[in-house]
Design a protein around this ligand. Structure first.
Ligand code: NAI
Length: 471
C-alpha cells in the first residue's frame, strides 16, 4: 500500500533534515528518503570532519610554535588513525543527534534511492516518490504519495576528465576522510576553499604541499588583497603555489605509483587531491518524469525554490546558488515555509558569510571591490591591519587585516573581508548588522569588549566616518 505524506524530502543532508524538522514544526506529515547516511556531505565528508582535522592540525602547529608563547617547544608525534578516530567521535555524536531530532519530530526515514515518478495510478501529478533498494533490482519499491517534494540531494566532487578519481593516488575530498597516512608530497589541484583548507591542514601535519591553480590568483572570487595575503601566509609556511597553470592529459600522469606533473619542470607527488568544484547529484532522480528544468546542470527554481512543477521544490547544493551548508538550510526552511503558505524572510545572498578555515582564517560577506566596480556601484574602501588589535597580536596575527566597503552616501555596509585568527566567528556580527540594516557608523558605535579581535569591526565602522581610534 502507498504511504501518504504532506512532504517527502529527497536527501537527508543539511538542507533535507532541517527542512523535515521545519515541516514537522508546521504540522506536516514528513518523510525523508536517504540513500546513505543522514547528515550528508556536511556531517560525513565536509564541514564537520574537515574542521575536526583542522583542529588536530592546529594543535600540532601550536605545539611546534610554543616558544612564541614562552613555552619550550615540543615536537608533536601523531598517528593519522588517531586523528581520524577523533574526527569520527565528533561525527558520531552529531549523527546520533540528527537521529534523535528525527524521532522527536516524528519524521519517517526511508533508506534507499528515491526516484520521482510521473503521473501514475497513485497520483495524476508527477511527484510520487518510489524508494528503491539500490542493491536489489527485484525488491518492491516503497511508494510515497505526497502533496509536496523537496529535492535536496546535494553535490559530489567534480572530476577532471583527464584525471579520474582512482581513490588511491588521485583523490577527491571524500577520500581524504579516511586517510591512513599523511602523504609525504601531495599536489592539490584547485586553489579554492576545499583545496586551501586541505593545503593548510596537510602542511601543519608535515606534508610537502603544492597547490596548482588555473586562475591567476587563489580564491578567484574573493577580494584580491585577501587572496594575496593568504597566499603570502601559506607560502611563508612552506606551501608551494603554481598559479595560471593549465593541466591536461599530457601535463599530469599517474605513473609507476606516483603522480607526475610537467609544468616548467617535472614534479613528482605521492598523491593528488582534485578540488575543482562540486557537481549536483541529479542523476537517476526521475527528473525526466517531471517538468523540472536545469540551469547549467543545476536544478532551476524560482525565488520560492519551486521548480517548474510547483509542488516540487529544490534547495541546497543541487540548485547551485552558493554551495554552503548555511545557505542550504536557509533555502530549505524557506521552501518549506512557502509550502505551508507562509511568508519566509527572503534569503539575501549578499548577506551570507563565506568562511575559509585555513590558518590564518578568511571570512567575508557581501560584494568585493571588483564585483562592485563591475556593477558600477560606487563605494569607499577602508582597510585596517589586525596588528592594531591587541587580542589579534596575542593570538599570533602576522599579515591579517579587515576591510569594509561602504556606500559613500548612505554608509550602508556593502562588503567586509577579514583575514586573521578567529575571523570566521567575527563575520557573523557583520551578517547580523546587515540583517538589521545597520550602517557602518552603528557597527563602529556599538560597544565591543576589550580585548577582543572583534574590535577590528568597531574600528572599521568608525573609519568609514573618519573616526577610527587605533589607526
Ligand atoms: P571552488 O570553486 O571554491 O574552487 C575551485 C578552484 O579550482 C578554483 O579556484 C578554480 O579556479 C580552480 N580550478 C578549476 N578547474 C581547475 C583546473 N583544471 N586546474 C586547476 N585549477 C582549477 O571549489 P571547491 O574548493 O572544490 O569547493 C566546492 C564548494 O564547496 C565551494 O562552493 C565551496 O564554497 C564549498 N565549500 C565551502 C567550505 C566552507 O564554507 N568553509 C568548505 C568546503 C567547501
Amino acid at each position: 500500500m502507498a504511504n501518504q505524506y504532506d512532504l517527502v524530502v529527497l536527501g537527508g543532508g543539511t538542507a533535507g533534515y532541517v527542512a523535515a524538522i521545519k515541516a514537522s514544526q508546521l504540522g506536516m506529515k514528513t518523510a525523508v528518503v536517504e540513500s546513505s547516511k543522514l547528515g550528508g556531505t556536511c556531517l560525513h565528508r565536509g564541514c564537520i570532519p574537515t574542521k575536526s582535522f583542522l583542529k588536530s592540525a592546529e594543535v600540532v602547529s601550536v605545539m611546534k610554535n610554543a616558544s612564541a608563547y614562552g613555552i619550550d617547544n615540543e615536537t608533536p608525534t601523531f598517528e593519522m588513525k588517531n586523528i581520524v578516530d577523533s574526527k569520527n567521535k565528533v561525527v558520531d555524536q552529531m549523527y546520533k543527534g540528527i537521529h534523535y531530532l528525527m524521532k522527536k519530530h516524528n519524521i519517517d526515514i526511508f533508506e534507499g534511492h528515491g526516484r520521482i515518478l510521473g503521473p501514475s495510478l497513485f497520483s495524476p501529478m508527477a511527484g510520487t516518490v518510489a524508494v528503491e533498494d539500490p542493491d536489489d533490482d527485484e525488491a518492491e519499491s516503497e511508494i510515497l504519495v505526497n502533496q509536496n517534494v523537496l529535492i535536496s540531494t546535494g553535490s559530489k566532487p567534480r572530476e577532471l576528465p583527464f584525471l579520474p578519481f582512482d581513490h588511491d593516488l588521485v583523490l577527491s575530498s571524500d577520500d581524504m576522510m579516511e586517510l591512513d597516512d599523511i602523504p609525504r608530497r601531495i599536489a592539490i589541484i584547485g586553489g579554492g576553499v576545499i583545496g586551501l583548507e586541505f593545503a593548510s591542514m596537510l602542511n601543519d601535519l608535515g606534508s610537502d604541499v603544492t597547490v596548482l591553480e588555473a586562475g591567476d590568483d587563489i580564491l578567484p572570487d574573493e577580494d584580491k588583497e585577501v587572496s594575496r595575503t593568504l597566499k603570502k601566509s601559506l607560502s611563508g609556511r612552506g606551501i608551494h603555489f603554481e598559479t595560471g597553470i593549465s593541466l591536461d592529459e599530457n601535463s599530469i600522469k599517474v605513473q609507476d605509483g606516483s603522480v607526475k606533473v610537467s609544468l616548467d619542470s617535472e614534479m613528482a607527488f605521492d598523491k593528488v587531491l582534485v578540488a575543482v568544484g562540486r557537481s549536483p547529484n541529479i542523476d537517476d532522480l526521475g527528473l525526466t518524469n517531471t517538468k523540472i528544468e536545469l540551469d547549467n546542470g543545476f536544478i532551476k527554481t524560482n525565488e520560492h525554490y519551486q521548480t517548474k512543477n510547483n509542488h516540487i521544490y529544490a534547495a541546497g547544493d543541487c540548485i547551485g546558488n552558493l554551495q554552503l551548508a548555511h545557505v542550504a538550510t536557509k533555502e530549505a526552511v524557506n521552501a518549506v515555509t512557502h509550502m505551508a503558505d507562509s511568508d519566509p524572510y527572503q534569503l539575501d545572498y549578499n548577506h551570507v558569510p563565506r568562511c575559509i578555515y585555513t590558518s590564518p582564517e578568511v571570512a567575508s560577506i557581501g560584494m568585493t571591490e571588483l564585483q562592485l566596480k563591475a556593477q558600477d556601484i560606487s563605494f569607499k574602501s577602508h582597510k585596517i591591519p589586525l596588528n592594531t588589535i591587541g587580542k589579534a597580536v596575542i593570538e599570533g596575527n602576522e599579515n591579517g587585516f579587515g576591510k569594509i566597503l561602504v556606500d559613500p552616501e548612505t554608509k550602508d555596509i556593502l562588503g567586509v573581508s577579514l583575514v586573521g585568527p578567529k575571523v570566521t566567528e567575527l563575520i557573523n556580527e557583520v551578517a547580523l548588522a546587515q540583517f538589521l540594516d545597520a550602517s557602518a557608523l552603528e557597527l563602529g558605535t556599538s560597544v565591543h569588549a576589550h580585548p577582543s579581535i572583534s574590535e577590528i569591526l568597531m574600528e572599521l565602522g568608525l573609519d568609514a566616518e573618519g573616526m577610527a581610534i587605533h589607526v
